[in-house]
Ligand binder design. Structure first.
Ligand code: T3D
Length: 263
């Protein structure tokens, strides 16, 4: 598939997906959703990627749904938003969460509406100081989607989740980091280097183990301690038979850096 609205590449174990409609603050139209789906399928399918980077081109990260596609002309029926979510946003969020490798989101600028929550669906979110997160849905009479009502209370608690969702106020990246909504906020000039350091670490990491960590932590809040201990036992058993565990222990004993293959 030729890409019109995203940039995509895979090299040295790193898949890079850049939302690329900067004049619309990288908001999503149907075509962009199709392209992102295609790219995520390639990341999952070709075995070359060990980490995915999601970021945006230009001054914004993503402003959610392209609202130019949602204007209702007099006498015409509005778009069925439930169908749009079922077709586009739900598979996107589940696709990012379920990818068996770390997903790093570099939030280079404003993340609004679904754009904010797509960022929160990623595993490690690093944002530039000038970036911000806006639950813009209430400004147009909608609820936070793309997992917003799920991620927000889990990450920052009910009071802050409600405040953000009901006011639609802009949350600066530094405050988002202070509240625990994201992993880290860095100076704008440092975002590329900080992102590359994370990508390099994950691309040479024990990919199966990292995928298992993601799986265990994502599901933890829905399980009891007893169930979670069983999950840990089962994952540990599986990983204990893997090449990376053997290599990690050998490298520790030899006092050298491990050479993980991701298997
Ligand atoms: O519909 C469904 O399928 C259901 C799913 C819905 C998911 C959703 O995401 S709903 C929420 C949609 N998003 C928004 O409501 C955010 C709309 N954007 C804004 O509120 C502001 O643009 C920002 C706060 C994000 C940034 O403000 P600012 O002042 O930095 O930039 P700007 O001037 O507003 O935007 C720059 C350009 O991008 C501008 O175009 P222009 O005037 O230069 O030609 C603006 O219209 C365009 N743009 C920004 N966001 C969108 C957009 N165009 C289309 N759709 C957008 N979402």
């Amino acid at each position: 598939m030729a890409y019109e609205h995203i940039l995509f590449s895979v090299a040295d174990g790193i898949a890079r997906l850049t939302l690329n409609r900067p004049d619309r603050l990288n908001s999503f139209n149907d075509r962009m959703h199709e392209e992102v789906r295609d790219a995520l399928g390639r990341v999952r399918g070709d075995g070359a990627a060990r980490v995915l980077l999601l970021t945006g081109a230009g001054r914004g990260f993503c402003a959610g749904q392209d609202l130019a596609d949602r204007a209702v002309a007099p006498g015409t029926a509005p778009v069925d938003l439930g169908a749009s979510i079922e077709r586009n946003y739900k598979p996107l969020v589940l696709g990012l969460r379920g990818l068996p490798m770390p997903v790093v989101c570099a939030v280079n600028g404003v993340a609004a509406g679904a754009g904010a929550n797509i960022a929160l669906a990623c595993d490690v979110v690093i944002a530039a100081k000038s970036a911000s997160f806006i639950q813009a849905f209430c400004r147009i009479g909608l609820v936070p989607d793309s997992g917003g009502t799920y991620f927000l209370p889990r990450l920052v608690g009910t009071a802050r989740a409600l405040g953000l969702a009901l006011t639609g106020d802009k949350l600066p990246a530094q405050q988002a980091a202070d509240w625990g909504l994201i992993w880290k906020c860095v100076d704008d000039a440092d975002l590329p280097e900080a992102t590359e350091a994370l990508l390099a670490q994950f691309a040479s990491g024990p990919t199966r183990g990292l995928a298992a960590i993601k799986q265990a932590i994502q599901g933890a809040s829905a399980r009891t301690l007893d169930q979670q201990l069983d999950v840990e036992r089962d994952l540990q058993r599986e990983l204990g038979f893997g090449d990376d565990y053997r290599e990690g222990v050998a490298a520790f004993a030899a006092k050298r850096a491990p050479r993980f293959t991701g298997r």
